[in-house]
Ligand binder design. Structure first.
Ligand SMILES: Nc1nc2c(ncn2[C@@H]2O[C@H](COP(=O)(O)OP(=O)(O)OP(=O)(O)O)[C@@H](O)[C@H]2O)c(=O)[nH]1
Ligand SMILES: [K+]
Ligand SMILES: [Mg+2]
Length: 436
């Protein structure tokens, strides 16, 4: 059995490093640690020991952390060796561990064991994965809350309410023939389920917004050719990412840069100027520009001040900021046409654009920071659950309504991994790095 193997991995980053952490988990962990570091009591403790190979040769002197199961990250017996992070030290310690019967861990295998031993549920596992890959402060916050179980707790609480509702229905069915049950007991549960459905809808909305915090808030730069879109992108990037020329139709491919603005990941996307054209390559650029607009969280609609005709994209995403460009050349005759004015040449207006982006992403953040930001996977199951609740609310036969509530609870259970999730596990754990 694969899970009976004792596994190990270098859990700290690449060598050489000041310290290398080698983590060992499984039934043989404590025995092997004793072979390498001398005898100790099986209790949670940290020891400073000489680590030796089987023939008594000194590998290194370092710290040995003992975590007997189940009070460990994986729930199994675990040991961590903190050695000096030289390549040869790590190589020798690793080959010694292999010789003593350990196997190098696969990506995410420690976390998978933690899940199998009930230490983390799937939502917490995803939070942990996000925490490890978090680049910005807001990604970190969302992930830390999710890992701490905030989101799991909410999903669990909903599943419990559904179970309670079913119990009320069962009770009513059992006592249906008794005269002294006043009205229907289960009638009390329907108002609660109506509000549960609303709470799930709010969570779906929050999860959607949360994805833009986690994966980047997508700001698309759109507008006619030569508006100065790429010049703006380059200024924000602080380097010449995109080609800028006076030729209309210079940009064809989508050009994306990631920015960290006040802890938020902002994905700034430069696109081809939108116009009718016979140039095949430019046509494809325009098609891609339109597609980018559809996926945008926000659009910076740029046009040269007082240029005609006025450009309006066909697809209007929720947030559009109209920006008049090349302010160094001209003051606008129709200032009401623009939300902001900007010059790539002088840099005037740049701070205001940055502030507008930040205030949009902060508005999203405020509406989700209380609720967390589950993944698309959560959204799918939440929709399923919500549909079943809907069916239960619409139904008339109590037995069938109770069955819908069971299905709704099951859909919620799949989010945290309480119900058949085998097929999901591979996907989730493979996202992890080795050593976690
Ligand atoms: N004076 C002045 N010229 C600018 C400004 N911004 C851009 N330009 C010039 O306008 C021309 C077009 O700029 P780009 O940044 O390539 O414009 P674009 O919107 O990306 O153009 P396409 O990719 O062709 O759609 C270039 O010659 C730029 O140097 C500005 O603020 N002031
Ligand atoms: K251009
Ligand atoms: Mg361009």
């Amino acid at each position: 059995m694969r899970t009976r193997d004792t596994i190990f991995a270098l859990s700290s980053g690449g060598t050489p490093s000041g310290v290398a952490v080698i983590r060992v988990s499984g039934v043989k962990a404590l025995t092997i640690a004793k072979q390498m570091a001398g005898d100790f009591k099986n209790k949670r403790q940290m020891l400073l020991r000489s680590i030796r190979s089987r023939n008594g040769e000194l590998i290194d002197k370092g710290l040995v952390l003992i975590f007997p199961g189940p009070g460990s990250f994986t729930g199994e017996d675990c040991v961590e060796f903190q050695l000096h992070g030289g390549r040869a030290v790590v190589a020798l310690a690793s080959s010694e561990l292999e010789a003593l019967g350990c196997r190098y861990a696969e990506a995410g295998e420690f976390t998978q064991r933690a899940f199998e031993n009930g230490k983390l549920d799937l939502v917490e596992v995803e939070g942990l994965g996000d925490l490890i890959s978090a680049d910005t402060e807001m990604q970190r916050r969302l992930a830390a809350e999710q890992m701490a179980g905030d989101l799991s707790g909410r999903y669990h609480a909903w599943a419990k309410r559904l179970t309670h509702a079913r119990a009320m229905i069962e009770a009513e069915l059992d006592f249906a023939d008794e005269e002294d049950i006043p009205g229907s007991v289960s009638d009390q549960i329907w108002p609660d389920l109506v509000s549960l459905r609303a709470e799930i809808a709010a969570q779906i909305q929050s999860n959607k917004l949360g994805q833009s915090i986690r994966d980047g808030f997508k700001v698309v730069i759109s507008g006619p050719p030569n508006a100065g879109k790429s010049s703006f992108l380059n200024l924000m990037a602080g380097r010449d990412v995109a080609i800028v020329t006076e030729v209309a139709g210079t940009t064809r491919d989508i050009i994306e840069i990631d920015l960290d603005i006040d802890g938020f990941l902002i994905r700034l996307i430069d696109t081809a100027g939108i116009r009718e054209t016979t140039d095949l390559v430019e046509q494809e650029g325009v098609r891609r520009a339109r597609a980018a607009l559809e996926a945008a969280d926000m659009v910076l609609l740029m046009s040269e001040i007082d240029s005609d005709p006025e450009h309006t994209p066909e697809v209007m995403p929720p947030r559009v900021i109209r920006i008049g460009t090349k302010l160094d050349l001209k003051r606008p005759a129709h200032p009401e046409r623009y939300d902001l004015l900007f010059s790539a040449k002088s840099g005037d207006g740049l701070d205001e654009i940055r502030a507008a982006i930040l205030s949009a992403v902060k508005a999203d953040w405020e509406s989700i920071s209380q609720m967390g930001a589950g993944r698309q996977r959560h959204i799918n199951h939440l929709r399923e659950a919500s549909n079943f609740v809907e069916e239960a609310l619409k139904g008339s036969d109590l037995v069938i309504r109770a069955e819908y509530l069971r299905l709704a609870a099951e859909a919620l259970g799949r989010i945290t991994g309480r119900v058949d999730v085998e097929d999901l596990l591979g996907v989730i754990f493979s996202e992890f790095c080795v050593g976690k």
